[in-house]
Design a protein around this ligand. Structure first.
Ligand code: GLN
Ligand code: ZN
Length: 763
């Protein structure tokens, strides 16, 4: 029988047990041992669950306390020297210092840079390397977790981030060549493989997701060198895992590396099967990722079964493994827990557990088991009947979209003209200060929301509480002297969920948590039907906030691309069509805000870059529709209405033209963690509109000094004009506590004042 396995499981726990445990440890309330016990308990539960769902072999070392790329760096001793004193005192503290920064006992350290894991909403920590970097196998995490799984009676396959992807995902701090470090790194991998072999591991999975990217000759050479030396080592058999797309022009490379098996993603790239089957050396295992590890829909047996049959015919059943397309890290754990969902809506869905069950049914069907065949036939019939499920098709939205003219994505005048009109009717000080939208989500707020949702707090009391919070935020901003205010978003649990809940076409899970970074999880809503707005969504909060102050109040919306990117999207329509539906719904909201007297409206698109295809050749098409959707959202307003957008946590240098094409009057953009690396783009490209490169990192509790902010602002002024510069943090403040926010924003306003003085710009 073909073997059923998977290559990684969500770590956080059905009820976010890991999150709770991490956070209480960070607050100093729980000892390290309590955290490690929680982690061990989760691993045990998840291995059991996978086996009960039908997996023959489970992965190990896919678990992480924070991030698996950070784990790999620490495992091989790639620890930047500034963290070493903390490691020397306590290894776990050192690990978290790299992840989150560290300000305690005389230390004041920033965290490693964090960036998106390929095109997912998972974030990894970017290892910092240098020329002549030293590597050594100093940890035993993979080995310990292998032994742990085996003691629990499981057949386990250690998963490691492969050496070439590890280097390609790292950065060197001195500009030296990352791949030059391969030779120094390989002995550590070889030693580890030897230890795993001695401990009895049959297979090790080496994740090389970079194999689906555009690679050059040097990258290819690195792959050949790396795998040639690993092949000679004393080692288990090696499964080379690719995912998130097609191998494409790297197929010849991948299929000729001296390994024992290859994993391919057939959910994103089903078309690559034939080529892979032709290229695969005889005797190799092929692990086929046939169910989508990144989305919540059941697979289509009409698509999967023929592919499986073809692969089995060519390889034989015992050389074929069935797996999800990638780690299940990117989907929630168990649909069974969603007891409140309408069974009709639940029927076409599958979470991690159901995906493993699906694989087992496919394996049984390949072995000609009649019940499995019947189950697959029923699954296909159910998927075919989806169009008749209420809410899936909205004819009004479809016809509005069909008749949408090209002028819908145009502002009335060009930026230069709008800028003049706007500064006439609403003069702002030079170097205006603002924030990105949210203020701290306090415990009181969260508790009140929970009470409101469960009916323990009535609507009037909840609204009064939100209004009081808005007032406090407004008064605070006035007191410290910010120029463009926000209402603070206290009514929002999450920037996507909040809107999704008010839109048709969305459904919500109770426990559908997915890890975003560290202990932070999101519960992506699910777009199952056509998207439409029922009624205004934010107008009353923004109007109330504006009524409290004479300063301009910025309205705050999540943009169409981000709504799409951070939701699970139906797979029966092209993504761009779903995005256009979203843009129309948000356009109506922008219109209503404007009509209510809100003159500045921010449409957040932090996820714009995240949606970029992994291969460059596919970029222009995506950027075209993504930018167009933003412009449809903003396009209906008067010239006097100032449109802002916000982007964060990725590099924008290479899409700066598309960012400019969005034609927002002002953009706030993350730059402080990377020390304004973004600004390099403005050397080659003249960005015309207003821009606020974030002056401090809100993802860390560390509050930088005024001088540090000024230093970043000076860097910005090397390439930007004072007249276009705005001063703001990197991102929203909802995850922070009030004391740090207060201090940081005061310093930020101070830095603006000092800079105005220095440039002799009168406020
Ligand atoms: N307006 C949002 C906030 O401030 C933006 C969040 C984000 O960029 N992720 O929370
Ligand atoms: Zn942000």
């Amino acid at each position: 029988m073909s073997l059923v396995t998977h290559s990684g499981f969500p770590r956080i726990g059905l009820k976010r047990e890991l999150k709770r445990s991490l956070e209480s440890h960070w607050r100093g309330e729980a000892p390290a041992q309590a955290l490690l016990d929680t982690a061990r308990g989760l691993r045990r539960r998840h291995w059991r669950l996978a086996v009960d769902a039908g997996a023959h072999v489970v992965p190990c070392n896919d678990f992480s306390l924070y991030d698996h790329v950070l784990d790999t760096a620490v495992l091989f001793d790639a620890i930047p020297s500034r963290y070493r004193p903390i490691f020397a005192e306590n290894a776990l503290d050192g690990y978290f210092a790299m992840a989150r920064g560290h300000k305690r006992d005389g230390h004041d350290l920033a965290a490693l840079e964090m960036t998106k894991w390929f095109d997912t909403n998972y974030h990894y920590l970017v290892p910092e390397l240098e020329a002549n970097q030293h590597f050594a196998l100093t940890g035993d995490k993979p080995l310990a977790e292998f032994r742990e799984a085996r003691e629990q009676g499981h057949q386990a396959r250690p998963v490691l981030l492969g050496p070439v992807s590890f280097l390609l995902l790292s950065k060197t701090v001195d500009g030296s060549d990352r791949l030059a470090l391969l030779e120094a790194l390989l002995p550590a991998y070889i030693e580890l493989l030897g230890q795993l072999a001695d401990a009895g591991a049959d297979w090790v999975q080496l994740d090389e997701p970079c194999l689906v990217l555009d690679l050059d000759g040097d990258d290819h050479a690195a792959y050949r060198q790396a795998y040639a030396s690993l092949a000679e080592a004393h080692r288990p058999r090696l499964l080379l895992a690719s995912y998130f797309g097609a191998l494409g022009d790297n197929l010849t490379l991948a299929s000729t590396l001296p390994v024992d098996g290859l994993h391919i993603d057939l959910a994103r790239a089903p078309e690559q099967l034939d080529a892979v089957l032709d290229a695969l050396p005889s005797g190799h295992i092929l692990s086929v990722g046939v169910v989508d590890g990144r989305n919540v829909w059941r697979s289509s047996p009409d698509r999967v079964l023929p592919a499986l049959r073809k692969a089995r015919e060519r390889l034989g059943g015992d050389h074929l493994w069935l797996a999800p397309s990638c780690s299940l890290l990117h989907v929630p754990i168990d649909l069974e827990a969603e007891t409140t969902l309408d069974p009709k809506q639940r029927a076409p869905m599958a979470f991690a557990r159901q995906k493993i069950e699906e694989l087992r049914v496919y394996a049984d069907a390949l072995a000609d088991q009649p019940e499995a065949m019947a189950a697959l036939a029923a699954q296909q019939a159910l998927l075919n009947a989806q169009v008749h499920t209420p809410g899936v098709i909205n004819t009004e939205v479809r016809s509005r979209l069909n008749t949408l003219g090209p002028q819908a994505s145009l502002r009335r005048s060009a930026y230069a003209m709008r800028r003049m009109t706007q500064s006439e009717i609403r003069p702002l000080p030079p170097l205006p200060t603002t924030t990105i939208g949210s203020f701290p989500q306090t415990d009181t707020l969260r508790k009140a929301r929970a009470a409101y949702r469960s009916g323990r707090l009535d609507e009037d009391a909840y609204e009064a509480m939100l209004q009081a919070e808005i007032e406090r935020v407004v008064r605070f901003q006035e007191a410290i002297g910010l120029d463009v205010l926000v209402h603070g978003e206290p009514e929002r649990n999450d920037m996507v969920e909040y809107f999704g809940e008010q839109l048709d076409g969305y459904l919500f899970t109770k426990l559908g948590w997915v890890q975003s970074y560290g202990s932070r999880c999101v519960k992506p809503p699910v777009i199952y039907g056509d998207v439409a707005r029922r009624a205004p969504m934010t107008v009353r909060w923004s109007s109330y906030a504006q009524s409290l102050t004479t300063k301009p109040m910025k309205g705050m919306l999540t943009g169409p691309v981000t709504m799409l990117q951070w939701s699970f999207v139906r797979d029966d329509l092209p993504r761009e069509t779903v995005c256009r539906q979203m843009a129309l719904a948000l356009r109506d909201e922008v219109h209503d805000l404007e009509a209510a007297g809100i003159e500045i409206i921010q449409i957040d698109e932090p996820a714009l870059r995240e949606g970029l295809p992994l291969r460059h050749i596919d970029w222009p098409r995506y950027l075209d529709w993504a930018v167009e959707c933003f412009r449809i959202t903003a396009g209906g307003v008067r010239d006097t209405t100032q449109i802002h957008t916000h982007m964060c946590y990725s590099e924008f240098n290479d899409i700066i033209e598309a960012v400019a094409a969005m034609d927002a009057d002002v953009i706030s953009i993350e730059t402080s963690r990377s020390r304004m690396e973004l600004l390099d783009a403005f050397v080659r490209f003249h960005y015309p509109n207003g821009i606020g490169p974030g002056v401090y990192d809100i993802h860390s509790p560390r509050v930088p000094a005024v001088e540090e902010m000024l230093d970043l602002l000076h860097k910005a002024l090397d390439v930007l004009q004072p007249a276009q510069l705005w001063i703001n943090p990197d991102c929203g403040l909802k995850t922070r506590g009030w004391p740090e926010v207060e201090l940081a924003l005061r310093r930020m306003v101070d830095s603006a004042r000092q800079l105005r003085d220095e440039l002799q710009l009168a406020a």
